[in-house]
Design a protein. Structure first.
Length: 292
């Protein structure tokens, strides 16, 4: 006696027939919160392979992901089929495959610091209440390319998108000075030091010698944030945190500015901590890996 055939599952690519009931979409699906658990589990394997500097055996992957060796093997077979994982023929160990490299290169090419930083800047301006700038290194030096106003102080109309800032008299400029190669900043620095020496009025916060500059840069690199008081604009202070790419090169910075006494510019305070944390998160998105 022949067994009855099982009905074929409907083709997901085919269009629904006329008169068919519309597919109901749950609230979780609409908000994008519903995911595929097996993908999330499999990603634990890929993330572990990412942290290893050499191919590793199946047992080690299982031990470090908290999964059974059998389950890990199933995932690895599928990952090998699409090229995101490879297995060495002589040792049997596993490592990230050629398609993982393609994904990484594509992510680097698609990364846009302007688009990625905007939500972060809006959040900072809203929660802390002061103006936030996004700055990059342009043809003429530190340049503002975007800004978000906060509600705790007046808009800073003196600084607008396209403004080129000083190396020594702005928190943004000091950050680039501390992290960029000397070949990019030396000419501008020499010119600004000459201008500082020729000024009739000086401010305590602006260095005037190369020794003072070196000390300032060491402090910025140690603290992970720069500060500038009463130098760029009278009675204003600013904090700036760097954003790094996958190679550790500083590509941008987010800077917050407000009146002295109103903006908390303590380098260990909550404002500086929040600014630094957000900049580090943006750096990680760009592929940067913190040391240690």
């Amino acid at each position: 006696m022949k067994r009855p055939r099982r009905p074929r599952p409907p083709d997901p690519a085919s269009a629904p027939a006329r008169g068919s009931k519309p597919v109901k979409i749950t609230k979780a699906e609409r908000t994008g919160r519903r995911g595929i658990q097996s993908i999330e589990i499999g990603f634990k394997i890929l993330d572990y392979l990412r942290t290893e500097l050499r191919p590793v055996p199946l047992k080690m992957i299982a031990a470090n992901t908290g999964m059974s060796a059998a389950n890990v093997h199933y995932y690895l077979v599928s990952f090998q089929a699409v090229g995101i994982v490879r297995q060495e023929t002589d040792t049997g160990c596993y490592a990230l495959g050629p398609y993982a490299l393609k994904l990484g290169m594509a992510a680097i090419e698609q990364f846009d610091v302007f688009s990625v930083a905007r939500p972060t800047m809006t959040e900072l301006a809203t929660t802390i209440g002061h103006t936030v700038f996004l700055g990059v290194w342009g043809n003429r030096g530190p340049t503002i390319i975007y800004r978000v106003e906060g509600g705790a102080s007046r808009p800073i109309i003196e600084l607008r998108v396209g403004s080129v800032l000083s190396l020594l008299r702005s928190a943004l400029g000091r950050n680039f000075l501390a992290h960029l190669p000397r070949s990019l900043t030396s000419q501008m620095l020499d010119q600004e030091l000459k201008e500082e020496l020729s000024r009739e009025t000086r401010v305590d916060d602006a260095p005037t010698t190369k020794a003072e500059v070196e000390e300032m840069m060491d402090t910025i690199r140690r603290d992970g944030i720069s500060r500038c008081r009463d130098a760029l604009l009278p009675n204003f202070t600013s904090l700036s945190a760097p954003i790094f790419d996958q190679g550790g090169f500083m590509i941008a910075a987010i800077t917050m500015m407000g009146p002295i006494g109103i903006l908390d510019d303590d380098l260990k305070g909550p404002t500086a901590t929040a600014l630094t944390a957000h900049a580090r998160a943006l750096s990680v998105t760009a592929g940067w890996q913190p040391e240690g």
